[in-house]
Design a protein around this ligand. Structure first.
Ligand code: IMP
Ligand code: MG
Length: 179
């Protein structure tokens, strides 16, 4: 375990088992369709890559980058679009793949923006749900795990751009960000 990790919340194996279940659920609910999988950079990359590889229906890939955090561990409520989609989504079934829902600011901003482009549907697939921290009422349509109110890192999630490559999700030691 990394020295900055307090404890492991979800192991590599737990993540893969749950991702396989989510992929099977998406396969059956989107059977006969070709959903556009929108990965939210950069936090969702590991989840996105594993989820899509576990799916068997045809999918298309696109990405958006949004920032709501800056470098700290608390959300500011300010959301900024850094990279938009490459293609139009009118008439498409869009599945937004996100690492974690915290305050909900990011996804509510995103959902509003995507809906204005007249897709056929927009669903949210989030690996983690920090439900107790919600400020804006928004729910994931598909979710991996509920997550306690702890700052977590790994499997794409960062603290100040670090730890994204840890293969598990762990709780970051408070001493790292309460200096
Ligand atoms: P929201 O807009 O507050 O829902 O924030 C969502 C974004 O904040 C996520 O996409 C993450 O990038 C980041 N975030 C929220 N909680 C955590 C955490 O515990 N660890 C790392 N990033 C987090
Ligand atoms: Mg982040």
């Amino acid at each position: 375990m990394h020295q900055d990790v307090e404890s492991i919340m979800f192991s590599k194996e737990q993540l893969q088992t749950r991702i396989a279940e989510l992929a099977a659920q998406l396969d059956s609910e989107y059977a006969g369709k070709t959903p556009l999988m929108v990965g939210i950079l950069k936090g969702s990359v590991m989840f996105y890559a594993d989820l899509l590889r576990a799916m068997t229906i045809p999918v298309e890939m696109d990405f958006m980058a949004i920032s709501s955090y800056g470098a700290g561990s608390k959300s500011s409520g300010e959301v900024k679009l850094i990279k938009d989609l490459d293609r139009k989504i009118e008439g498409r079934d869009v599945i937004v793949v996100e690492d974690i829902i915290d305050s909900g600011y990011t996804l509510s901003y995103l959902k509003r923006m995507l809906y204005s482009r007249k897709p056929s549907s927009v669903k949210i697939c989030a690996l983690l749900d920090k439900y107790s921290r919600r400020v804006v009422p928004i729910e994931a349509d598909y979710k991996g795990f509920d997550c306690e109110d702890e700052f977590v890192i790994g499997f794409g999630l960062d603290y100040a751009e670090r730890y994204r490559n840890l293969p598990y999700i762990g709780i970051l030691k408070r001493s790292v960000y309460e200096k």
